[in-house]
Design a protein around this ligand. Sequence first.
Ligand SMILES: NC(=O)c1ccc[n+]([C@@H]2O[C@H](COP(=O)([O-])OP(=O)(O)OC[C@H]3O[C@@H](n4cnc5c(N)ncnc54)[C@H](O)[C@@H]3O)[C@@H](O)[C@H]2O)c1
Length: 266
Amino acid sequence: MDFSGKVALVTGGGNGIGRAACVAFAKQGAKVVAVDRDGAAAEATAGIIRQSGGDATAVTADVTKSADVKAYVKAAIDKYGRIDCFFNNAGIEGKVSPIAEYDEAVFDAVIGVNVKGVFLGLRHVLPEMIRQGGGAIVNTASVAGLVGTPGMPAYVASKHAVIGLTKTAAGEVARQGIRVNAVCPGPVDTRMIHSLEAQLSPGDPAAVNQRYQASLPTGRYSTVEEIANMVLFLCSDLASNTTGGQFVVDGGRTSTGGAVTSLASR
Ligand SMILES: NC(=O)c1ccc[n+]([C@@H]2O[C@H](COP(=O)([O-])OP(=O)(O)OC[C@H]3O[C@@H](n4cnc5c(N)ncnc54)[C@H](O)[C@@H]3O)[C@@H](O)[C@H]2O)c1
């Protein structure tokens, strides 16, 4: 997977899966644009890459605002001239609460980042890829885009929507040499999963962590690097005829058809 001379744009690049993907792209030779609403975190990611001799730039942007999205696309083009790989990844988890009690403002916030943010990324990156005659996009869905999780209505709805956007975009631009796929992580060891653990059991998040990891067929959460590996594969020429697909990296979680303990089951 050689990305020498290629440009990779990553949203949510300041932390977790996004940062790991930025670092992995850079390790394989890509120039990286790390986008995050947390500008210091994006700068830190770019700093890690530069310290290892790579080329990276950070952009502060909120993916829910079209002006910010236009600005991060422009920043990538101004700095590096093109966007070969786009990891449309920024997302938030919202609250753990049943639909009958779910807060409307939290619902809007989750849909805003996870659906509108992904749409706006596609809306403004695709014209550049069409202009340059090719590219590869990976949207971050989740196993929550494939199966329901009681207690996470906004998140589950948003990630099912990411799969719908992925399939739609893939069909629209396949003949223009652009591939669009979704990665569907199961639980990954990042801030997000620890936030969910703490919401479920504020007094003893470690117990939720242990129970949930034990319920997974492989017995553990994925690492951020394991998700980044799939993202790089999907963006690489090794996946040259792969588009519109959903690629699970979940330690076997969905393979059990829901027989495993749900994170949200109390
Ligand atoms: N961690 C998991 O278990 C898991 C599982 C499945 C899917 N995912 C998905 O992976 C993606 C990355 O999550 P993570 O686990 O690395 O979480 P994280 O919280 O560690 O990182 C998310 C990053 O996105 C940024 N972000 C959030 N809202 C933003 C906005 N409006 N504009 C710009 N940046 C914004 C945050 O500042 C943060 O740096 C998300 O889409 C998430 O839903 C995570």
